[in-house]
Design a protein around this ligand. Structure first.
Ligand SMILES: [Zn+2]
Length: 281
């Protein structure tokens, strides 16, 4: 294959998802292009690789979801009947990111899991979410969204800087929102997509089509809790994209919600994501 300025990475070093598209003769839509690293979450180039389970065992055991199957080709009616992201037909426990080093997995990821576990499994519904809980949850959901983005068949949209910073904090390009879901089919669901719609200046339609394609909007449902995790490209601010009918937990809002008071949707795909270019939170 010849060198293409739009595609500066040797195709044999790309993620399998991208290689398959190129092999099938497709042009790649906008995305982050980089060779598959030793570890998606740090700069290590050697060491021991390990498997980071995307949905950890403690979560699946708590909700009795160890054998829950994930079916490929979920069709989203909210997305106009389009296939939003493809998945393999495997049990949830078999979804892992195999390109994570043992130092990340057994270090900061393990302590983040330990901090997130009591929040996700012992929610007191009437309680207001504390700032400390919001930061842990938002970082846990952002880490989970990155694990899905790097390991599942979808465009890579989170750059190394944002991925690596998760080891210590939530990078500026993320925003995280919560809601509650009435209808539950199984324990865990997710989808990766772009913003749905919104009004942009008429002379900037092409620019926003590209920025939209580079913006990752991940919905993750765990039992009755839904999260929308937004990651924006460098040209945008995290609050330029707004999932309607959700409660923001990061960046920290002036007042955090109670679990009971979270906005409700029938379905985990419910919140519609729009451009929020006025910047008002
Ligand atoms: Zn690492």
């Amino acid at each position: 294959m010849t060198t293409n300025p739009e595609q500066p990475v040797d195709p044999s070093n790309l993620r399998r998802f991208d290689r398959n598209l190129l092999d099938a003769g497709h042009q790649l839509a906008p995305r982050v292009l980089e060779p598959v690293p030793f570890c998606w979450f740090c700069e290590a180039e050697t060491g021991t690789r390990s498997k980071e389970h995307i949905f950890p065992k403690w979560l699946l055991v708590h909700y009795g979801a160890m054998n829950e199957m994930v079916h490929p080709h979920r069709i989203s009616m909210a997305l106009g009947g389009l296939v939003a992201s493809e998945r393999g037909a495997r049990p949830l426990r078999a979804h892992y990111n195999g390109e994570v080093c043992a130092a990340c997995n057994n270090g900061w990821m393990a302590s983040l899991e330990a901090s997130a576990k009591p929040i996700l499994t012992q929610r007191a519904l009437h309680k207001r979410i504390t700032e400390e809980e919001a930061v842990v949850l938002a970082r846990w959901f952002a880490k989970t969204a990155v694990n899905l983005n790097v390991s599942q068949p979808y465009r890579l949209l989170v750059e190394a800087l944002s991925r690596h910073d998760l080891a210590t904090h939530i990078p500026d390009r993320f925003a995280v929102y919560l809601f509650r879901v009435r209808r539950q089919n199984g324990v865990v669901d997710w989808v990766q997509k772009s913003p749905d719609a919104g009004i942009v200046p008429s002379d900037r339609v092409a620019e926003f089509a590209r920025l939209g394609a580079l913006t990752l909007v991940t919905h993750i449902r765990i039992a009755d809790v839904g999260a929308v995790i937004v990651h924006v490209p460098e040209a945008l601010r995290s609050l330029d994209v707004l999932p309607e009918g959700t409660a923001r937990i990061y960046p920290l809002p002036p007042r955090l919600p109670t679990w009971e008071g979270l906005p409700r949707h029938d379905d985990y795909l419910g919140p519609f994501t729009t451009w929020n270019l006025g910047g008002a939170p």
